[in-house]
Design a protein around this ligand. Structure first.
Ligand code: NAD
Length: 739
């Protein structure tokens, strides 16, 4: 047996230790399932075996679920075969049902089966545990259990959608599965997901004790008197769960996620059926989900791409790995303080510099506030918090920069000021023992890096390191190179970003780089709609229906209207005659002049009550543009949705054409982490790939004819349409997975 080691003890308990060779973490492959099936068969037929305990031989945890690579490699997938559509579907079902079949075989083997969960058990790992009659969990700091499939566009397809509701009730189970929630040991015990929590190292013994003392070989749901906790779909209370749950899930997902809909269906239908039929229904919905473009794109982006970029996917080859120990941050304002915090959090010493001591101290105080919050929420011990704070040295003294591996400049957005501080800082950075290895990064959001680099004595060491606000929460960092930036500098900047546990994407220098360049047109399209007489409520509602986290107008409030006005006026200045004004920009400028700055001062497109609570649209909006369309038929809603999403996607395509971004994985991950681009799509270029270049070009041409040149597809898209190419096909040289 390749994946499990088995050992029969003197009491007749068969200990099966899951330990996939050559892997740091256990996952379920076809081969591991075959082994488990053999174990179940032995338990059933071998009279010596009185019971089974399953545990893991890995220090990393119990099991992370099904092997996605194998699943998407076709083994689990219903391949469409034009000659035999029925047969292909059946094959897909059989493959997907195998996990259910084997887990059920174990559950009904006639001997008590206990699981000793010695660490993380997610997805198929928890589903296996749910098929065991008794569950012991250790209380290790990294131990957690959960069914997170929804986060990658799937839902639990190894019996989880059937066993969890039967165990803890439909409401609690639906909440856990639709959020992909993970439970720490204590929470798992309280929720009734496990029977017992024991100190690390005692889980196998506790599982064996249960078999010897109580050992019940019949699952809860196979007992005659079994009732679904809280009632099933036809129970008066249980039915409420589905009526409310349906509405709630619809409200949260706007029907954009097939996995959410199929989860609900599987639970609703499954709970009305005998268990063995219920798991077949689950598998059918699972195969159906797996075949959707949304699931394929989400798995690719959220699993494979994020993993690849998290390991430095775009890092130039052949550059030695570096490990920055000290960073100097210039400017202790909102961004600088945030950068100081995330750096110190990763154990990096930070010299936090501002114009005077008081300003630098203010930056450190901001970090202290973040630490206090984390401590009060139990996410950090006070000692750890103090340790992080001790790493931050606030000072106005540029002399302290010497010895740093990296400077990050985050002073006011002013090119002259940035040039001055660059010169002053470089004089200290390129002195001392790090003089030959240190690099300089700027966090500018709008000024071209090549322009700022002119102030540098070592332009090959000069790079953009663009964070997003709030720095402690936002996971994306754009790294901007110029034609002078060396590969060594790029590698060092990436090593720093990876060390602070953010995801870097590499962008070539251009106005607004990648993220802001694609995001700003979303807000601008909101202004177009507003000026065309669409009701602001309609615009933002449809905006949210696209899967964007917020509508364009409320998003503008969140960014700050004065900042957007400043960006607009600077863009106009920089572009000169080529600038095409956006209808509505004057009205927004007037709002700013009247003191409506957005969420930050409680007044923007919306009014934000001081005492908290729901925001409401500002009544003055209708004085700016008369509302002529307050309601929209489904067809019009679809058109507005397309306008809001496609204007971003066509901009991303232009970025590829211009070489601003070159890797579809970075574009997809960047769009989701940077500005929350409709996650159901798998990201901004996956959206185009799923539509198909030819159809996308056709739709863009139609939008351009109706709404203007901003929708006109770039030549790149027309080429791709002619050749039938996708972004992953054309640009995905770096081992693009799946889909
Ligand atoms: P901020 O006004 O909050 O902070 C700027 C800080 O720089 C202030 O504390 C100021 O005292 C300090 N400073 C000015 N001159 C200095 C000098 N000579 N030496 C040292 N410190 C000096 O601004 P912010 O929002 O933190 O933005 C900083 C930079 O980050 C800007 O380039 C901005 O474009 C960029 N950025 C901002 C955001 C955002 O959302 N705010 C996002 C990404 C990038």
């Amino acid at each position: 047996m390749e994946n499990f080691k088995t050992e029969l003890d003197a009491d007749g308990i068969l200990l099966a230790t899951f330990d996939v060779p050559g892997k740091s973490m256990n996952t379920f492959t076809k081969s591991a399932l075959a082994d488990l099936s053999a174990i179940a068969e032995r338990a059933k037929t071998d009279v010596e075996v009185k019971g089974v305990v399953i545990t893991s031989g890995k220090t990393t945890g119990f099991c992370a679920g099904a092997d996605l690579e194998e699943m998407l490699g076709g083994a689990w997938e219903a391949k469409s075969d034009p000659n035999d559509p029925e047969g292909a579907l059946k094959a897909g079902f059989t493959a997907a049902f195998e996990m259910n079949r084997v887990y059920r075989q174990l559950e009904t083997c006639g001997k008590p089966v206990a699981v000793a969960i010695n660490g993380l058990a997610l997805g198929g790992g928890l589903e296996l545990s749910l098929a065991c009659h008794y569950r012991v969990l250790n209380d290790g700091p990294k131990t957690q259990v959960g069914l997170p499939e929804i986060k990658i566009g799937l839902f639990p397809g190894g019996g989880g959608s059937q066993r969890l509701p039967r165990l803890i009730g439909a409401q609690a189970a639906l909440m856990a599965m639709s959020e992909g929630k993970s439970f720490k040991p204590k929470e798992a015990l309280q929720a009734g997901i496990v029977h017992e929590v024991v100190p690390v190292g005692q889980e196998v013994e506790a599982a064996k004790t249960w078999i010897k003392t109580k050992g019940d070989a019949v699952a809860l749901w196979d007992k005659k008197d079994y009732k679904i906790p809280g009632g099933g779909p036809y129970h008066p209370a249980g039915s409420q769960v589905f009526i409310m749950g349906n509405a709630l899930l619809r409200k949260q997902s706007y029907g954009n996620y097939p996995a959410v809909v199929n989860l609900m269906r599987a639970v609703y239908e499954g709970l009305q059926l005998p268990f063995d039929t219920a798991i077949r229904v689950e598998s059918r919905y699972f195969v159906n989900t797996l075949q959707t473009p949304q699931a394929k794109a989400m798995i690719r982006t959220f699993f494979f791409n994020m993993q690849a970029l998290g390991k430095g996917g775009g890092r130039p080859a052949g550059q030695p790995k570096t490990d920055p120990q000290q960073v100097a941050v210039l400017g202790a304002g909102m961004m600088g303080a945030g950068i100081a915090y995330v750096s110190a959090l990763a154990g990096i010493r930070v010299i936090l510099i501002d114009r005077d001591q008081a300003a630098a101290d203010k930056g450190k105080a901001h970090c202290e506030g973040l630490i206090k919050k984390a401590v009060s929420r139990g996410k950090m011990t006070p000692e750890k918090g103090q340790g992080i704070l001790d790493l931050i040295v606030p000072t106005p003294d540029y002399g302290q920069i010497t010895g740093s591996d990296l400077v990050i400049e985050a002073v006011f957005e002013n090119a002259e000021l940035k040039a001055t501080v660059t010169k002053d800082a470089e004089a200290k950075l390129y002195a001392g023992d790090k003089a030959d290895t240190a690099i300089f990064g700027s966090n500018t959001s709008t000024i071209p890096i090549s322009l700022l680099g002119k102030a540098s004595g070592k332009p090959e060491n000069f790079i953009g390191i663009h964070f997003f606000s709030p720095v402690d929460k936002m996971l994306l960092v754009e790294i901007i190179t110029t034609d002078k930036t060396s590969d060594a500098t790029l590698a060092k900047a990436m090593d720093y970003v990876l060390k602070i546990k953010k995801t870097p994407i590499v962008v070539n220098d251009s106005r607004f780089f990648f993220a802001n360049r694609c995001f700003i047109p979303f807000t601008a399209e909101g202004l177009h709609l507003w000026s065309e007489g669409y009701a602001p409520a309609l615009i933002d509602n449809v905006g949210r229906m696209t899967g964007m986290p917020r509508g364009p107008l409320e998003m503008m409030d969140d960014v700050a209207l004065d900042l957007l006005v400043k960006i607009t006026s600077e863009t106009a200045k920089a572009m000169g005659d080529a600038y095409v004004p956006i209808p509505g920009e004057k009205e927004v400028a007037d709002m700013v002049a009247d003191g409506r700055l957005g969420r930050k001062n409680g007044k923007g497109f919306y009014d934000y009550p001081e005492a908290g609570g729901n925001k409401s649209l500002w009544s003055g909006l209708s004085d700016k543009f008369t509302v002529t369309t307050a309601e929209a038929e489904p067809e019009l809603v679809e058109e507005i949705k397309k306008r809001l999403l496609y204007i971003q996607a066509v901009t991303a395509a232009r970025c590829f054409e211009e070489g601003v971004i070159t890797d579809p994985r970075e574009a997809d991950v960047g769009s989701i982490l940077g500005w929350g681009f409709a996650p159901w799509s798998g990201g901004i270029v996956s959206l185009i790939d799923a539509i198909g270049a030819a159809k996308f070009v056709e739709e863009l041409d139609a939008l351009a004819a109706k709404h203007g040149d901003r929708f006109t597809p770039p030549q790149l898209l027309r080429d791709m349409a002619t050749k039938g190419e996708t972004f992953y096909g054309r640009f995905g040289k770096k081992e693009a997975k799946a889909a």
